[in-house]
Design a protein around this ligand. Structure first.
Ligand code: HPA
Length: 247
């Protein structure tokens, strides 16, 4: 059913959706990795494209930036389009000393400074990744020979606070073992839980909160491709499990 933010027909979206933040990345992922592509949603230019990876239907569509934005799109995908799995593929700022630029994080949990989950009428909920998705992604990474970090991240509501007044605050998140900071996962995980669906956030480390490092455009491309391949192989595995459960 089309919504104010999604014009795709209800059968136009696959059971697994990859969500980068950036619409241009959505288009890039579809063009680089998917076959048999159809543009199914371009309201606000989010580039929702359905195609196939290893013959498995997959949709890629941008989330925009921040929990309110991914909150809208993922809510509608789960509720109106009966999507089973959403895999966010994004970037994160590293907090731990052992994290290098381009490292891949599988976000087992997502702390947040956002009020989004309170607005669902619940206090103190701990947003976690779906374990089946998480273990499928871990297996996919291993098969691809890509090392991953698995642990907690922080979904922040303020991009600049981490760089600006936030050193003391960052120190505390770092002390608690939080791997990195991004801005969407906790909202996605909460929506998945709300609808009894599955979600996972995979992040590539794009900058480091304690070191002045930046990726070149070329490094970004290659590093992000590793994360996308993990996500797509995870989507293929989930389809295998879905078909097996149908008998
Ligand atoms: N903070 C929040 N979101 C981010 C960051 C960051 O440092 N890097 C990439 N996304």
């Amino acid at each position: 059913m089309p919504t104010p933010h999604n014009e795709a027909p209800v059968n136009g979206i696959a059971k697994t959706v990859l969500m980068p933040g950036d619409p241009r990345r959505s288009e890039f992922i579809a063009e680089t990795f998917l076959e048999h592509r159809t543009l199914v949603n371009n309201v606000r230019g989010v580039m929702g494209i359905t195609g196939t990876w290893k013959d498995v239907p997959v949709t890629v569509m941008a989330s925009g930036m921040g929990i309110p934005s991914i909150g809208i799109y993922s809510w509608e995908l789960y509720k109106e389009y009966d999507v089973d799995n959403i895999i966010r593929v994004g970037s994160a700022g590293g907090l731990q000393d052992n994290l290098k630029l381009l490292d891949v994080i599988l976000a087992q949990g997502a702390c947040t400074t956002s009020n989004y989950i309170e607005n669902l009428g619940i206090h103190g909920f701990a947003p976690i990744a779906d374990f089946t998705l998480l273990s499928a992604a871990k297996d996919a990474a291993k098969a691809l020979g890509i090392d991953v970090h698995i642990g907690n991240i922080l979904s922040s509501d303020n991009f600049y606070s981490a760089f600006d007044a936030g050193t003391e605050q960052n120190n505390k998140w770092k002390q608690m073992g939080v791997l990195g900071i991004e801005m969407e996962a906790a909202g996605l995980y909460a929506n998945a839980a709300y609808f009894g669906k599955r979600a996972l956030c995979i992040c590539t480390v794009s900058d480091h909160l304690y070191r002045p490092e930046m990726l070149s455009a070329e490094e970004r491309q290659l590093g992000f491709s590793q994360m996308i391949t993990i996500a797509l192989d995870t989507a293929a595995k989930m389809e295998e499990l879905r078909l097996a459960s149908l008998g």
